[in-house]
Design a protein around this ligand. Sequence first.
Ligand SMILES: Nc1ncnc2c1ncn2[C@@H]1O[C@H](COP(=O)(O)OP(=O)(O)O)[C@@H](O)[C@H]1O
Ligand SMILES: [Mg+2]
Length: 185
Amino acid sequence: MGPVTGVRSSLVRRLTSRSARATWQLGRRLGAALQPGDVVALVGDLGAGKTQLVRGACAGAGVDEGDVSSPTFAIVQTYRGRLPFHHADLYRLADLDELYATGFMDLVGGDGALVVEWADKVSGWAPAERLEIRLEEVAGHLDSRRIALTGTGSRHAALAEVLAANTGARPGRRRVPRRVPEKKP
Ligand SMILES: Nc1ncnc2c1ncn2[C@@H]1O[C@H](COP(=O)(O)OP(=O)(O)O)[C@@H](O)[C@H]1O
Ligand SMILES: [Mg+2]
């Protein structure tokens, strides 16, 4: 996955999910907002909650949740919902050549929404304009996940904004800059 850089501006929103259910609900909100051509790159270790989020997204996009599984053997699966919902998992891929061979690249920015687990496993596939969702565990809090949403380009920035607004998950703690005492002249 290429770095999020360039002239397109990115919007970053952070929040903390306190339960698997809250992550599912965040996913559902994402699924309800998805439009054809959207690209969602999920990044996070095993057990971070990527699939949990995808399950919610499927529900939000009108996909029968019974259809959803981890694309263990297939790199990508397409579910039928309100729009075609392509669910990919790049965990087992070695490189970009291998990814091209699967036909995955035809789905990028295509007729459906593309949601990719282990998006950082292979670099070079992702369009600059995408929504990147990073999930990470929180030491000492089994059911908490820190979630960072980075939307690049106006469409995906809007998605990040919508998702971070009035979510069931509480907003992440903001870093308040320490006030530096003014020096007397
Ligand atoms: N806040 C949370 N968000 C997501 N999953 C959570 C959370 N708290 C606990 N979990 C648990 O963590 C696991 C996440 O698994 P999964 O979604 O398959 O991860 P991944 O696809 O990233 O490997 C599930 O067992 C889920 O119940
Ligand atoms: Mg998974």
